[in-house]
Design a protein around this ligand. Structure first.
Ligand SMILES: NC(=O)C1=CN([C@@H]2O[C@H](COP(=O)(O)OP(=O)(O)OC[C@H]3O[C@@H](n4cnc5c(N)ncnc54)[C@H](OP(=O)(O)O)[C@@H]3O)[C@@H](O)[C@H]2O)C=CC1
Ligand SMILES: O=C([O-])CC(=O)C(=O)O
Length: 260
């Protein structure tokens, strides 16, 4: 499986190390990369033995099977259609790009026409299996997410006390915090949609973890799940689990037996 990477930040570098150096995904290798900073792109290309492209369009047009995005919500919105119409599968880290249901359905139609697949990793949360199972018979009634991070992992403003920065739905949350609350959109896609998924974002100067508390109820009963994530060393905004979940998606992509 020939992989192309967009974005050479935390998640991107983690994937390069795990797949090209540590060989953690059988038969897979990143062969091409585009990241905004060309100097960084060239360094990564050298270190991990792959080709650095001058543009995302060139990377997409190259001889690769799967594009892995680890950049931004805007990058996904600008290039997802092109990836799919070039007949490539797409693995997305910035799942916040799919907050708009019409856009999501548009891409789904392209996938069906092209025989391609978009893979959306669970990211820094869990519990998607429960939401999907309950939703399957329309038995899901309520989903809420409360995310608590230290201020430097959110808007960076110095705070003395725990402060609620946002309260509303997932659709508005990702507009205001596109680098921090992708998790609300994966929960929306598994569950009730971005307009019906409640989100609270709290900045807590005493917090040392990126924590996500998910509560849901429906005909199945109710669930409360708290994920206390360790941040990645080079980007406190991003939890380690988010990077692990992209790696896991690639590892299980073509497996014959699907768990969960
Ligand atoms: N689904 C989830 O649960 C989670 C999702 N995320 C999301 O995953 C994405 C990646 O996260 P992470 O690696 O930590 O972020 P980083 O900020 O560490 O890295 C993002 C990289 O994207 C690159 N980039 C930015 N704009 C462009 C562009 N226009 N074209 C190409 N590359 C670009 C930057 O490149 P350069 O350095 O070259 O300028 C940067 O290296 C983010 O959108 C983040 O919000 C994060 C955590 C959880
Ligand atoms: O990594 C996390 O804890 C969550 C995050 O940034 C996001 O969902 O965008």
């Amino acid at each position: 499986m020939k992989l192309g990477l967009i974005g050479g930040g935390n998640i991107g570098k983690f994937l390069l190390q795990s797949i090209n150096s540590d060989k953690l995904v059988d038969g897979a290798q990143f062969v091409g990369l585009y990241t905004r900073n060309q100097e960084k792109a060239n360094e990564l290309a050298e270190e991990y033995d792959l080709r650095s492209y001058q543009s995302i369009d060139e990377l997409i047009a190259s001889d690769i099977d799967v594009i892995v995005e680890a950049a931004t919500v805007d990058v996904v919105r600008a290039h997802a259609t092109s990836v799919l119409t070039h007949g490539k599968d797409l693995v997305v880290s910035s799942v916040g790009a799919f907050s708009d249901n019409d856009y999501f359905l548009q891409l789904e139609t392209i996938c069906k026409e092209q025989g391609t697949t978009i893979h959306l990793p669970s990211g820094a949360v869990g519990g998607l299996d429960i939401l999907k199972a309950a939703k399957a018979i329309g038995a899901l009634q309520e989903v809420s997410l409360t995310t608590t991070k230290p201020p430097h992992a959110l808007n960076g403003v110095t705070l003395e006390n725990k402060t609620v920065l946002f309260e509303g739905n997932a659709y508005e949350a990702i507009k205001q915090f596109p680098k921090n609350i992708n998790v609300s959109i994966i929960l929306s896609l598994a569950g009730l949609g971005s307009k019906e998924t409640k989100v609270k974002i709290i900045a807590d100067p005493k917090a040392t973890k990126n924590s996500h508390e998910i509560t849901a109820k429906g005909a199945f009963g109710k669930v409360k799940l708290v994920v206390e994530n360790d941040p990645m060393p080079n980007n406190p905004k991003t939890s380690y689990l988010a990077a692990l979940s992209v790696l896991s998606t690639l590892k299980h992509k073509d497996q014959s037996i699907k768990v969960g």
